[in-house]
Design a binder for this molecule. Structure first.
Ligand code: NAP
Length: 307
């Protein structure tokens, strides 16, 4: 008899199909889920939007593993899992380069105005006069909040654009040439571009708020490719409204997929629908690692990439 797993939210048809070929899959959002349907669940596979909280774990008496699709596991209550002896995995390493590519694309876009320029051409405005000059990228100061796997991949790209780099993490990173600033506000005051590549969750909620935006200043740009929760959206909108920062590029939002209308009204803001890892190649690698974590846990009682 097939082992039972629970999907906590929709995932790609390809991974969904592979899971269903191998295990008896209960889909939390689609299947009726009375207690009997959940009693034999041994593993949860999460979707990017739906994690696994303590209340869900309480409904799964035989749960042993939570296999998270994605590197960010802020929607999985890891402490609650540990307290129950439940192990958790994510998908580190396979998406760094694509997320860093997107970060660089956003830096280029928000400083140079490529998407705004495209809007300008499509609106027929070019015939009435030139598009105004934008901001230089090369030689600017890039402050990275969260110099981990993705932040480091972004730093390598920014070096090729001859940007100077500094960072803020809780702990210094050994063996790198970039200076560390003691706080996000210190880094923001130094930086022309502040890019966020740290984890989401309660510990980092609104780590960028009014003070940090004030420190970034009217010629500074914010780029968020981390999680929406790390930025205080109300403070960001206020800073943009009053010209207290130069612009923002956002791949992630506090209440995805809902984006505040006022953010859409600013021409110096670039908005993307959480595209960081969204290439066919990287999504395939994430699907493979998610599947392999689940398969290895059932076969050997261990995860390939535990958190
Ligand atoms: P990682 O290698 O673990 O790096 C995270 C970095 O953040 C570490 O250097 C860590 O250093 C730092 N950090 C953690 N807490 C911090 C805090 N409170 N203040 C300052 N720095 C802090 O993770 P990663 O693989 O690069 O991924 C980073 C995040 O990117 C993920 O958690 C995910 O949310 C996000 N992400 C977004 C997309 C997207 O589609 N936009 C795709 C993938 C990932 P210390 O521990 O020393 O502080």
């Amino acid at each position: 008899m097939k082992q039972k797993i629970l999907q906590s939210g929709p995932i790609s048809p390809a991974l969904d199909g592979r899971l269903a070929e191998t295990w008896d899959v209960v889909r939390l959002w689609a299947d009726p889920t009375p207690a009997e349907a959940l009693a034999d669940i041994r593993a949860v596979v999460t979707s990017p939007g739906a994690g696994c909280d303590a209340a869900l774990m309480d409904r799964l008496p035989k749960l042993g593993a939570i296999v998270n699709f994605g590197v960010g596991y802020d929607k999985v209550d890891v402490a609650a899992a540990r307290a129950r002896g439940v192990v958790v995995s994510n998908t580190p390493g396979v998406l760094d380069e694509c997320v860093a590519d997107l970060g660089m694309a956003l830096i280029l876009d928000v400083l140079r105005g490529t998407v705004a320029g495209d809007r300008f051409v499509r609106a027929g405005s070019w015939t009435s006069g030139p598009f105004p000059p934008a901001t230089r990228v090369w030689g600017k100061r890039l402050g990275i909040v969260g110099l981990g796997r993705i932040g480091s991949a972004l730093a390598r790209r920014a070096e090729a654009f001859r940007m100077s780099i500094a960072y803020h993490n809780r702990s210094p990173v050994e063996g790198i040439p970039y200076p560390r600033h003691a706080s996000v506000a210190d880094l923001a005051a130094w930086a022309d571009v502040l890019v966020l590549t740290l984890p989401g969750g309660a510990a980092t909620r609104h780590i960028v708020s009014s003070d940090e935006l004030e420190a970034l200043g009217p010629n500074g740009f914010l780029v968020n490719i981390a999680r929406g929760s790390v930025v205080d959206t109300a403070a960001l909108i206020a800073a943009l409204r009053h010209g207290r920062i130069g612009g923002a590029a956002l791949d992630v939002f506090e209440n995805e997929p809902h984006v505040p209308d006022e953010l859409k009204s600013f021409d110096n803001v670039v908005l993307l629908p959480h595209l960081g890892s969204a290439t066919r190649e990287t999504r395939r690698a994430m699907e493979d690692l998610t599947f392999d974590n689940a398969a290895t846990w059932f076969a050997e009682g261990r995860l390939i990439t535990p958190v």
